[in-house]
Write a protein that binds this ligand. Structure first.
Ligand SMILES: [Zn+2]
Length: 415
């Protein structure tokens, strides 16, 4: 993935996260919120047919209010689907529509269409409930990383991927390793030797299968997980069957009872803590570098205005934004053309502003999401954006002590 694409997807993830948070904050009264997940290979005409059918079924809903709301939502969805040709966009799309409670017994109809989520929509889903179905989409957003998966015992093995939170089984094989029970007439010694040979051959086959899959992606892989019963996985690891670069990427071996496709899912469950730590580790190393520069070097900046100024200069290598930052930036202009900005809580009204340079009252020119504002500049200047979790001390400090915004600079600017 190129740097540019990385930024694009970070940004897209942020946009989607905002929509999800907004949708989750709305509760319908009754089962009247409609969510549709459309995979890339689903024909739009099929979706329209499905929605039409749901519309006619909705006429059976007893409560007039609910019936009207559901039918309105479905009509709104059909209207939106008109804009698409045969198929949805490359990664599919997700549509949310329904009457949301706007307070005081009033409802508002909203319809949100999210095109091209960061990962392809897996399957068609129609969901009508008191809440929007946001979880599959949320799972695509929280993910970071690509991991290779191997599960094996002496009889069977499977390899696959963990892409974000999604397990993708790829290939499996079974062995011809004979059981421990030898047939009559065979010498015990010979039987034992043949059996070890067969095991060795099987491990080589499994390693070959894993290498074929992982080696071409070795630059992108964040790690490899190996699972199985003991001592198989231990033998497999200590025998160094895997390509040496892949072997080095093994994060650990985990006890897993099954070695069919379901074993791949068990493996990810077993490695949950390790994976969570790794996710945090990446954020941690960014913050550690920031603090090192802050205390001992000169290549650190923080706070909205300071970081913004550095961004505009093109001096920021990495923009660090707290995942918890939910603020807007208001740009003001005074009669003497001075431009100033204030960062405000997203839920707060736009405050009055007096120009700090000439004391004249300034007018609001624009109010926008603070993160969007910064990423816009970052993209123009080739600056990478990193979202930092608040689930560790220094990440929390970024949010609470540094205003949620900081930067690691390419060179010292004195700003
Ligand atoms: Zn002024």
């Amino acid at each position: 993935m190129s740097k540019q694409q990385g930024e694009q997807s970070d940004r897209k993830k942020y946009e989607f996260t905002k929509v999800i948070e907004d949708l989750k904050s709305h509760q319908g009264s009754g089962t009247q919120l409609v969510t549709i997940y459309i995979p890339p290979d689903k024909q739009i005409s099929d979706v329209v047919a499905h929605v039409t059918q749901e519309h006619s079924q909705a006429s059976n809903i007893k409560s007039k209010q609910t019936r009207t709301n559901v039918q309105d939502a479905l009509t709104s969805i059909k209207d939106r689907l008109r804009y698409y040709d045969v198929f949805p966009p490359d990664n599919g799309m997700v549509i949310f529509s329904g009457a949301i409670d706007s307070g005081g017994g009033q409802t508002d109809m909203i319809t949100e269409v999210l095109e091209n989520p960061p990962e392809p929509v897996q399957s068609f889903r129609y969901h009508c409930d008191s809440e929007f179905l946001t979880e599959p989409l949320a799972n695509m957003l929280t993910d970071k990383g690509l991991y290779g998966l191997v599960v094996l015992d002496r009889r069977e093995a499977h390899v696959g991927w963990l892409k974000g939170k999604r397990v993708v089984p790829v290939k499996g094989t079974t062995s011809l390793v004979p059981g421990k029970q030898r047939k009559g007439g065979q010498s015990a010694q010979r039987f034992h030797r043949l059996r070890l040979e067969a095991i060795d051959k099987f491990y080589k086959e499994v390693a070959g299968m894993a290498d074929d899959l992982f080696v071409p992606e070795r630059e992108n892989i964040d790690g490899v997980l190996v699972g199985g019963p003991s001592p198989t996985k231990d033998e497999f690891m200590s025998g160094e069957y895997l390509h040496h670069e892949i072997q080095q990427k093994v994060l650990g071996k985990f006890d897993v009872a099954y070695t069919d496709e379901s074993g791949l899912y068990d493996l990810v469950d077993a490695a949950e803590d390790v994976l969570a730590d790794l996710d945090i580790m990446k954020d941690k190393s960014q913050m550690e570098e920031f603090f090192r520069e802050l205390h001992e070097g000169e290549r650190a900046t923080y706070g909205f205005e300071q970081t913004r100024r550095n961004l505009v200069m093109g001096s920021v290598d990495r923009l660090l934004i707290s995942e918890d930052l939910r603020q807007d930036v208001v740009t003001y202009e005074c009669p003497n053309d001075h431009e100033e900005r204030e960062v405000v809580d997203r839920r707060k009204e736009t405050p009055e502003h007096t120009c700090e340079q000439c004391g004249e009252p300034a007018e609001m020119r624009e109010r926008e999401d603070a993160i969007d504002h910064l990423i816009d500049i970052a993209e123009q200047r080739g600056t990478e954006t990193k979202f930092i979790s608040t689930d560790f001390e220094k990440g929390e400090q970024l949010m609470n002590a540094f205003g949620g915004v900081a930067g690691i600079l390419r060179y010292s600017t004195g700003v």
